[in-house]
Design a protein around this ligand. Structure first.
Ligand code: PLP
Length: 367
């Protein structure tokens, strides 16, 4: 048979590498033959899952039946929770799925551009690269990692279709104030979809931190993403949502696969929304843990950056990968990410934070 000229995949797919998540505890324990490892690598909730969600999962409907593909009840509950109509709510299998759907729905492969800060959440990179459109990254200032809306605005071109803004930013913790976000939302050309990803919003405590939903009147094409993976502690179930105009919801509904949110995810998410007590406790545990970790980093002389999330970004001023590997050998999993000397550390329980700080001190020779 004559060789076929067409390669199996397009060059953009050939160039991709599989996403490597934070190392699972079980994997590290197996590799090192140890037990009792801890993971502070994936921004999971130190306070665990919403008890109400866990209780609801004990009474699932028959699993032989498909979920309600329209998420009717969950969307109504979310609408009431946020103060919008159900037609303005889109639910996905994690907010990751919604990021991917936004790119596939609103960007044409080729010259269409997706704009994001660098470093920022990895899915803002993966989705356009997999879809074959252009990714335009605006570097954050390496001394402060502070957000500057003007830098984003000056990178907008007539081909910009979506601007992804993680507020606060994963992995740096940077965040945009209400005034700056208002400026961005009003100056961005109206045909660009401004997607404000508020995965960590419930942990934010600064009074100037904005609720992006309140800025929706400023522009038609705006998406606010939130997730059940963080403050509700349900990362394993994969459920996230976006608030946007009914028109955008309608387009995403055409592209999403049927039954994209599982029955356990819908049931647990509905219950979690009623669990205000867990949200408050999670924010409290995080605030205490963050103060503990920041004080410990100061004692160790490790540079860290302001954060409004459940993680902190550090500049180790040496090869971050080596520090990461040395911590692994002590049974502590962190995430070397965002730069060659850098690391993102998720806030854990008091005991986990103590263990991390002790291990960091030993690795850096600063006990
Ligand atoms: C900024 C940001 N957005 C979205 C997500 C993804 O959340 P989900 O678990 O809902 O897909 C994460 C997870 O780490 C994140 O950091």
């Amino acid at each position: 048979m004559a060789p076929r000229a067409r390669p199996l995949v397009l060059p953009n797919i050939e160039a991709l590498r599989p996403y490597v998540p934070g190392k699972p505890v079980e994997e590290l324990e197996r590799e090192l033959g140890i037990s009792g490892a801890i993971k502070l690598a994936s921004n999971e909730n130190a306070a665990g899952s919403s008890p109400r969600a866990l209780a609801a999962l004990a009474h699932l409907p028959p699993l032989a039946e498909y979920p309600d593909g329209s998420c009717f009840h969950l969307r109504r509950a979310l609408a009431a929770h946020v103060g919008v109509t159900p037609e303005e709510v889109f639910t996905g299998g994690g907010s990751n799925e919604i990021i991917d759907l936004l790119v596939r729905t609103f960007c044409a492969p080729g010259d269409d551009e997706v704009l994001a800060y660098q470093p920022s959440f990895v899915c803002y990179e993966l989705a356009p690269k997999a879809h074959g459109c252009r990714l335009v990254q605006v570097p954050l200032d390496e001394r402060s990692y502070a957000y500057d809306p003007e830098a984003l605005l000056s990178a907008v071109t007539p081909r910009t279709r979506i601007l992804f803004l993680s507020n606060p930013n994963n992995p740096t913790g940077s965040w945009m104030s209400r005034a700056a976000l208002e400026h961005l939302a009003s100056k961005l050309p109206p045909d660009v979809i401004l997607c404000v990803d508020e995965a960590y919003c419930e942990f934010a405590s600064d009074r100037a931190y904005p609720d992006a939903c309140e800025l929706r009147p400023l522009r038609e094409h705006m998406v606010v993403l939130r997730t059940f993976s963080k403050v509700y502690g349900l990362a394993a179930l994969r459920c996230g949502y976006g608030i946007m105009s009914p028109r955008l919801v309608n387009y995403l509904d055409r592209v999403r696969l049927p039954f994209n949110v599982s029955v356990p995810a819908q049931v647990a998410a509905m219950a979690a929304l009623q669990d205000g007590e867990h949200v408050r406790r999670s924010a409290f545990v995080n605030a205490e843990g963050l103060a503990q970790v920041e004080a410990g980093l100061d004692r160790l002389g490790i540079k860290h950056f302001p954060t409004q999330a459940n993680f902190v970004f550090v500049d180790l001023e040496r090869d971050g990968r080596l520090v990461y590997e040395a911590l692994l050998r002590k049974g502590v999993i962190t995430r070397p990410i965002g730069g060659p000397r850098h690391m993102r550390i998720t806030i854990g329980t008091r005991e986990q934070n103590d263990r991390l700080l002790g291990a960091l001190g030993e690795v850096l020779g600063r006990p």
